[in-house]
Write a protein that binds this ligand. Structure first.
Ligand SMILES: [Zn+2]
Length: 176
């Protein structure tokens, strides 16, 4: 899966990209409050209808844009991120959460809060949202890098490091 990446808004922590099927997305990072050092990121569909096959590739690309050398996270010196995953129903929320979190690897750690409670000042009742809150933190403990497995860029399956092709989808795993 190839994407056309537009980094002309990177100075504002936004990157736009387009998939082969013409679906356009925008990824952006923002501090939750100025100076808080706690960041969140958003992911918007700008145009087109994404197909199911694109999901893994797109999430893999987001991960790459965030984590690559001199990417958004390194440039902003980010060590803590929160984001909410929403969806049409609980099943979709959990599915998206699973797809997203499988890409989170050491030194990053995450914690999921289901249906986070949002209190609104001046209101008596709390609001329960059908979302998952993912809290991602960079571990300060230096761990040995586990190089025994790698994830297929196309379908997300975890494979043995010496596999040449993904047994699930046939993707060539020797490409960068
Ligand atoms: Zn695969």
């Amino acid at each position: 899966m190839n994407y056309t990446i537009d980094k002309s808004l990177e100075f504002a922590n936004a990157i736009t990209f387009k998939s082969e099927s013409g679906v356009e997305y925008r990824l952006y990072l923002a501090e939750t409050a100025p100076g808080s050092r706690l960041w969140t990121f958003g992911f918007q569909l700008i145009s087109g209808n994404p197909n199911q096959k694109e999901v893994f590739g797109t999430i893999g690309l987001i991960q790459k844009l965030l984590l690559e050398k001199n990417g958004l996270i390194e440039k902003n010196n980010i060590s803590e991120i929160v984001l909410t995953i929403d969806g049409k129903n609980r099943d979709e929320v959990d599915k998206k959460t699973k797809i997203f979190t499988r890409w989170i690897k050491s030194p990053w750690e995450f914690e999921i809060t289901r249906n986070p409670v949002i209190s609104i000042q001046g209101k008596m009742e709390n609001i329960y949202l059908d979302t998952n809150l993912i809290h991602i933190k960079k571990s300060t403990i230096v761990e040995q890098i586990n190089s025994e497995t790698k994830f297929c860029f196309n379908c997300g399956t975890e494979n043995k490091k010496d596999y040449k092709f993904c047994p699930n989808c046939g993707q060539n795993l020797q490409q960068a």
